[in-house]
Write a protein of this length. Structure first.
Ligand SMILES: [Fe+2]
Length: 233
């Protein structure tokens, strides 16, 4: 045994391999820390514009990751999914407050401007090394499964899978969340609307996967909102 080890150690191969592997691990840790810092910094930016509710973005990321895992996404895709779920509306920073905060319906010009937020988000995030893929996923988070969404009118599997997931969970979360000017929808009604738009607006596989665990999650959602399922209904 020692006969095998001695020549190798003399040549330095195991030592240099160990150092190389340690160096790679350190670089990976630095890269992960930098990635997390960027996510935190952008989340703070969303807070400054009052566009972020911590609970909203956290549970969106949790639901998204769960759907992604059940659909068998690779680790790198899951990482992009986490970024896209947390920062999908970062481009709203570039939308005037008068439009963002308008309680009533947006007129056509206002709506056209509001729709720019996915492109704005892409334009910002693509500048960051390591975030290019998540930037594309954010660009397409308002595409519709039937091709009638924006900005590119992609359809079906032309739409990145991460974008399809974010689209479904964001829509569902928006439906059940209460806003200052309106109460969140009951769970059953949100499910009905999700199913109704499954295959047109939403990817049916994503809808089915999300709904397979959504009900069990609802008690957490309503607890986080400081209410209960029954009182919210
Ligand atoms: Fe959006």
């Amino acid at each position: 045994m020692s006969n095998h080890q001695t020549p190798a150690l003399t040549e330095g191969t195991p030592v240099s391999a160990a150092l190389e592997s340690l160096r790679i691990k350190q670089l990976e840790e630095q890269s992960a820390a930098l990635r997390n810092s960027v996510i935190c910094a952008f989340n703070q930016l969303l807070d400054l514009k009052d566009l972020n509710t911590g609970v909203h973005s956290t549970r969106l990321a949790e639901w998204g990751m769960r759907v992604g895992q059940e659909l068998g996404l690779e680790e790198s895709e899951l990482q992009n999914l986490e970024v896209a779920a947390l920062l999908h509306d970062i481009g709203k920073v570039g939308i005037p407050d008068a439009i963002l905060r308008k309680p009533g319906r947006l007129d056509p010009d206002e709506y056209a401007l509001m729709k720019k937020h996915s492109e704005y988000g892409w334009a910002v995030l693509r500048m960051l090394p390591g975030f290019e893929r998540a930037a594309l996923d954010i660009l397409h988070h308002h595409e519709s499964f039937d091709g009638k969404g924006y900005p590119a009118g992609l359809k079906d599997t032309e739409i990145p899978v991460v974008s399809r997931i974010v689209c479904v969970i964001d829509a569902f979360d928006a439906m059940v969340s209460s806003r200052p000017y309106r109460k969140g929808l009951p769970y059953e009604e949100a499910v009905r609307r999700l199913n109704e738009a499954s295959g047109t607006q939403f990817d049916p596989v994503v809808v089915r996967t999300f709904l397979s665990f959504a009900q069990a999650e609802m008690s957490t959602v309503f607890a986080a909102a400081g209410t209960s399922v029954s009182s919210a209904l």
